[in-house]
Design a protein around this ligand. Sequence first.
Ligand code: EPU
Length: 362
Amino acid sequence: MEKNFSLRELNTFGFDVKARYFQELKTMEDIRELIANPEFIECRDAIRVLILSGGSNILFSSEFFDGFVVYPNLKGIETLEENAETVKIRCNCGEVWKNFVDYTVSKGLYGLENLADIPGKVGAAPVQNIGAYGAEVKDTVCQVHTIDLATGKTKVFSNEECHFSYRNSVFKKFGVWSLKCEVFPLIFAVDFILKKHGELKLDYGNIRNYLIANNITNPTIQDVASTVKAIRAEKLPEVGVVGSVGSFFQNAIVSVDKYQEIKALYSDVPSYPVEIPPLPSVGRNDSVSSPAMVKIPTGWLIDRAGWKGHRENHVGVWDKQALVLVHYGGGKPQEILDLMKKIQESVNDKFGIEIKPEVNII
Ligand code: EPU
């Protein structure tokens, strides 16, 4: 166990945050030892515990995390089952997500190619149901293996039990463990089902145009992954070079009335339909349908509010994608929080929409 440990290399914003306690876990034995360790038990019951993965979706709100950071880093990829149609692969939590995607793409397996180059580690992928370019990880996850840091009991979550939705799952609420939590599942491995034959998803954004522009008429999985990588590199800051967490905000989900109000003023507003699960029923004969909602890209709202490329001292709004806040180095988390509030107020003043962070603010 390390004390007063710098997390600068372990958060992609690159803030020099110190953790009171820090423990890397490389094996299941390490995890079990930690759970039984009296020092951990004492800390666990007195201060906060945070499970940190790739640190690519986290913002520490101050420069000292007065708690215990657990850093699961188990490596390993294993093929569990294979038939004529599919392959079931287990990947341990500490594998780097983009390397895992490259591995599956190199094997010619369908399912993860649109999720190429997303920063972070495999263990965190189900937590916020990572998604990009028309794909979400929920469509390939078949089981999530967890161990409870309170009791040491293991539990396997089926896809249904994960309750995946847009950038959300049952695991999201376990961000930081305080005394109120009764269980605290740590994800140590994820099982994926990938297809040997499948259809490529080319309809999102400019994937298809990009392929056509490069004279690729009959694209392979590799072509799609390379295209996604190229599009991402054009729009998003390079991880490790400019501090960021990718999308800082979630896209806005608004009522049809609100959307029409905005559309009347800005005819070019982009939008996507939203799939919302039906509301729980409240009596007999009452299948209550959810109100229709529309997704408006928050990047567009922030852009239209005039923030794209704006810089304040050490932080700013990325000039190629306004959904991304960046840290140019030497700054403090509070600067990002101040910028976040200004942007939220400005978007609310202009459009009457409250935008929410996508990043976990700890
Ligand atoms: N737009 C603007 N100005 C901007 C940014 C976007 O006008 O500054 C417009 C674009 O022109 C486009 C629309 O907004 O019409 C959507 O933009 P984009 O396709 O870049 O996607 P996004 O909705 O802003 C989401 C994800 C990204 C993911 C991309 C591609 C969220 C919160 N973000 O962004 O995910 O890479 O789609 O699929 O859903 C991440 O989560 O860290 C992330 C980068």
